[in-house]
Design a protein around this ligand. Structure first.
Ligand SMILES: C[S@@+](CC[C@H](N)C(=O)[O-])C[C@H]1O[C@@H](n2cnc3c(N)ncnc32)[C@H](O)[C@@H]1O
Length: 317
């Protein structure tokens, strides 16, 4: 393995600038012979960083639900210490069980959301700035594209999704505009949807009118919040004692889930006053909350995408 941090690919097609790179490596407290799971491989930026800290006994298990990420890693990272798993990270423990690693992992990293290549490649349908088929699936084998989802979903459900996952105040008018448009035509492309939303939403400060709606539809299509909760719950069994969990989120809804998960498992069980204490009630907490880190101003200047990132770290007790 010889590629260095963040130059693992060409800027045009595969470039992804890893967010909070040094902070993640520090947060994972990497042991040279340790076993690490990168649950969101992307373009292997963080994985490369972890591999650089390992000796010949160390291993990285890399998950991604996007086959393009796995193929990229296969071609560019033929490292015997890196094992690739094409799967949703919600299957974390099923996959770790197959390779006998439950309870043996020294660190799990989740760098949530989409990678730059996914946004930059218009055909993936994530960008409201580039015209492409309105797809938005991270896992290309999944059933519904965004076009199909918008067609099959009721006006009310679209509005609720935009409101809940995008915090979009104009959710109802956007949903009714979408349904009105669909009486004559399917919404086939990203710009078709972005332009439609722009007819009823004013641009925000430095924000495209479709930003919130695209985020919400993407979260819904990929079932992102449920997958995140399922995976977080599994990390407790996956980690060895002293193992670290590091999660980078990019919006408040995701961060709330991560924060509440860590808080729930790092507080001793509340016992109502006056009740007799049973053995189960005195169980120690499962995680130690090691706090959160945000990108420096320097990082935000170099990589604008990092501006909304929050890294949370916890340690298995
Ligand atoms: C922000 S990128 C990760 C970038 C990576 N840390 C790097 O430095 O190159 C997120 C990646 O996670 C993948 N991903 C998102 N949600 C996932 C899930 N539930 N299961 C598996 N992979 C997921 C996406 O397909 C994408 O490739």
């Amino acid at each position: 393995m010889s590629l260095s941090k963040n130059n693992a690919s060409t800027k045009e097609s595969n470039y992804h600038d890893s967010v909070l790179f040094n902070e993640v490596l520090k947060g994972l407290n990497i042991k040279s012979g340790g076993i690490y799971v990168d649950a969101t491989l992307g373009r292997c930026g963080h994985t490369q960083g972890i591999l650089n800290h390992l000796d010949s006994l160390g291993r990285v298990i890399g998950f991604d639900q996007d086959i393009d990420a796995i193929k990229y890693a296969e071609i560019n990272f033929s490292d015997p210490q890196l094992e690739l798993i094409h799967s949703n990270f919600s299957n974390l423990n099923d996959e770790l069980n197959k390779i006998n690693l439950i309870g043996k992992v020294d660190g799990v990293l989740m760098d949530l959301g989409i990678s730059s290549p996914q946004i930059d490649n218009a055909d993936r349908g994530f960008s409201f700035n580039k015209d492409g088929l309105l797809d938005m699936r991270m896992d290309q084998s999944q059933r519904l594209t965004a076009t199909e989802w918008l067609k099959e979903t009721s006006e009310k459900e679209i509005a609720d999704t935009l409101y809940q996952y995008g915090e979009e105040k104009r959710s109802r008018i956007i949903a009714s505009t979408i349904k009105e448009y669909q009486k004559n035509s399917e919404i086939k492309t990203t710009l078709e949807l972005a332009n439609l939303i722009s007819t009823v939403v004013k641009p925000g400060k430095n924000k495209h009118p479709a930003t919130r709606s695209f985020q919400a539809i993407r979260i819904a299509i990929n079932d992102e919040l449920i997958m995140l909760s399922e995976a977080l719950n599994q990390t407790i069994d996956a980690l060895d004692k002293g193992g670290r969990l590091a999660v980078i989120s990019f919006h408040s809804i995701e961060d709330r889930i991560v924060k509440q998960f860590i808080q729930k498992h790092s507080r001793p069980k509340q016992i109502p006053k006056g009740l007799p204490i049973m053995m189960n009630d005195t169980q120690p907490c499962l995680l130690k909350d090691l706090g959160k880190v945000k990108p420096s101003n320097e990082e935000i200047k170099i990589n604008r995408r990092s501006r909304s990132a929050i890294l949370r770290i916890a340690e298995k007790c």
